[in-house]
Design a protein around this ligand. Structure first.
Ligand code: CA
Length: 230
């Protein structure tokens, strides 16, 4: 017996700006017993994820306002591990999905058969049930960032951070050595809706460094942005 059937299959968010494809996806997923909500642009899709809590997202990469890969990055940085299946239209998009370790669960290339899509959705849902709920602590040198408990310690000393400072530090620590631009950090931590300018990032980095003191691993990459050193 299919376990998902007895539990109710839940809502799948389809993000697709080509109406004919969205209609097809909706039809096949609905036929399988999923609820389906369609958005046609990135900004609306992000809002839908936060408001509707879909069980999976079928995410076209080439969509208006916020690109599909950026949506995935923003959700993962937020600790949101809703399964994502990317829909790619071109080879270079596949390279981005595979190469950037975006935290996607699967991808499917246009043109695809709707049956294939349904099979992928079922597979990621099966896999997602085995995923641990809590993200394990991030360790960078003597710094320990615990996303599940939202606690930070530096050289064994607890450090009190604001919610934004915490999110900024956790985002940097999830990818030690990777350099983030101020724009990327703004998008990931504050969201595009924020009226904050890139100067805001500098201010929060300065506060983080002051609180972390001598063990701060945050490095300024002149003309680019910030990273934490592994
Ligand atoms: Ca598209």
């Amino acid at each position: 017996m299919d376990a998902t059937k007895s539990e109710g299959k839940g809502l799948v968010l389809v993000v697709e700006d080509e109406k004919s494809i969205a209609d097809l996806e909706r039809m096949y997923l609905t036929r399988e017993g999923f609820g389906v909500h369609v958005e046609t642009d990135g900004r609306a899709a992000l809002a839908a994820v936060r408001n509707l809590h879909p069980v999976a997202i079928v995410l076209d990469i080439g969509i208006p306002t916020i690109d599909g890969t950026e949506i995935c990055r923003m959700l993962r940085a937020d600790g949101d591990w809703t399964p994502i299946i990317f829909v790619t239209a071109r080879d270079d998009e596949i390279d981005r999905v595979v190469g950037l370790e975006l935290g996607a669960d699967d991808y499917i290339t246009k043109p695809f058969s709707p049956r294939e899509l349904v099979a992928r959705v079922k597979t990621v849902l099966r896999r997602a049930r085995g995923r641990p709920e809590e993200e394990s602590p991030l360790v960078v040198g003597s710094l320990v960032v615990d996303p599940a408990r939202r606690k930070v310690s530096a050289a064994g000393r607890a450090v009190d951070l604001t919610a934004t400072e915490f999110d900024l530090l956790a985002h940097l620590c999830r990818r030690p050595g990777r350099v983030f631009t101020r724009e990327q950090l703004l998008a990931a931590v504050w969201g595009y809706e924020a009226a904050a300018g890139t100067r805001t990032v500098d201010v929060h980095i300065a506060q983080l460094r002051a609180k972390l003191g001598g063990v701060s691993p945050i490095r300024t990459v002149r003309g680019v942005g910030y990273s934490v050193e592994p």
